[in-house]
Design a binder for this molecule. Sequence first.
Ligand code: A3P
Length: 315
Amino acid sequence: MSKHRNKFIAVIDKAMADGNKMEPEDLLFLYKQVLYPSTICSPETFKALESFEARNDDVFLAGYPKSGTNWVGQILTDLVTTSAKHTENFNSLEDDDNDELEEFPYLEVGDAEKYQRMENLPSRRVIFTHLLPNNLPASVFKREAKILLLIRNPKDVATSFYHFSNALSPLPSYKTFDDFFTDFMKGKMPWGSYFDYVFEWSKHADRKNIMTITYEELKENRALGVKQISEFFELHLSDEEIQGVVDRSSFEAMKENSTSTHGALGSVLFRKGSVSDWKNFFSEDHNQKMDMIFEERLSGTKLGERLKYGVYCKP
Ligand code: A3P
């Protein structure tokens, strides 16, 4: 897991360097009414993405930014890589000289030629995305590729996003949490509104090829979560192998390894890794506003219920 990240780190380093040189107002651009970071996404790539051909054995991870996508992404990649070792023509993704088999794992990030290169990747491809379901290429739903949908309570997502935005040059900075909160509530975030995201994905949550998992339940019982994910994707791992994936995905293990897996992003990404850090940042007013919008937009929706707002978001 740790060696095969040279391209990932190169993309991050370039985005950081470019972000440092850009004017704050140029950091994000609008595409089909959603904001994205200009340093790593582009309209040309979005256009090219429309012709991306999903495979029915692709392993998708969908999650709004800051929901723990790097965490669950590591679990998925580790599960798939470990399972692939059972097959005859296993081509180790751990090989140092195997860089050409690496693409930045988020589908919508990169250059417009990436989707052609992805055709040469062996199955099963592990693909992450922050996109709304309607903005995914049509082939994803047509091929019925399996999707793991990751959601996290909105207050911890906002808290995590605030720190992430302020620490990284490619994203807008905020003087106060209150300033950030205002934009978060309006959906003026890279990849758009959290509430739109959960609302739109809720419409798909009943599909048989989609499994939903919450950050909070994975925190509660990682071993169970890893086993369920493995079963959903029909990956056949021994108990010992599953335990290895569980051990390698602890917050401590991932943080320790983060310089080799995530480069400059590592020290920022692996911040707290906990549930309820929002209590250190939300005022009474923030709580009221969040409670209200949650009630309006997400209560009664399938995913809104799964988030257990009453358990994780009440003071
Ligand atoms: P915090 O900022 O609250 O610490 P994403 O990968 O989607 O950007 O999400 C980042 C969040 O996932 C961060 O939350 C990060 O600490 C948390 N995270 C990363 N690895 C984790 C792990 N192994 N266990 C728990 N949380 C983890």
